[in-house]
Design a protein around this ligand. Sequence first.
Ligand SMILES: *Cc1c(COP(=O)(O)O)cnc(C)c1O
Length: 241
Amino acid sequence: MEDIRGNLIKVRERISSAASQAGRDESEVCLVAVSKTRTPEEINTAIDAGVTDIGENKVQEIMDKYDAIKPVRWHMIGHLQTNKVKYIIDKVDLIHSVDSLKLAKEINKRAGQHEKTMDILIQINPADEESKFGVSLSGTKELLEEILETCENIRVRGLMSVAPIAEDPNDVKVYFDEVKKQYDEFSRIEHPRLDFQYLSMGMSHDFEVAIGSGSNLVRVGSAIFGERDYEAFRRMNNGGN
Ligand SMILES: *Cc1c(COP(=O)(O)O)cnc(C)c1O
């Protein structure tokens, strides 16, 4: 089994040195441990080692694991289908992947039924990659305004972005910088349902670069839990997907 504790120490050291290089304090950067394909045992080991936030990208995995995981903040970081919002609305603390008004309206409706206010981030696709979800940089402001206008049970807490894959992560810094620029601009909007606090950017291979651009929430999976083995994960789930 992976040395999850040891890996966490290394990840925290990487966060700390990236933060200090950027003239920031490491306490400004929230670490979300991305636990997709991981067992409850592995996830609870991470929680015992100090992880306070976990991220999943599939509704089914959240439902399967929810009862077996120790108290922790849950982040939905993957693409969310409208018809599945109802299964996680009472389980997750922050939804990172809102990229359409239709999805926001469904979240708003389900949050209302649970008499809660749902915290969300708007997901931006800064390089307009077809393979990725997210709203374009140029469409973000309109979506934000529509959500603020129509979704009284949603609080918009910031932005999320997944950068293109690059051999050298420094090559995609320009995208992180663009998203940061939008973040700063939107932060200044005064609205009772806008309270920017999270700029969710950076994964195992590029979180140092993202922190250099101003990210304050990094989503780190393989650097903590080891490389994902999707084959083994499928076998464990009896061939289901
Ligand atoms: C899987 C995933 C991550 C973590 O990726 P690693 O490369 O394992 O750190 C981060 N963000 C999203 C949206 C993911 O799906």
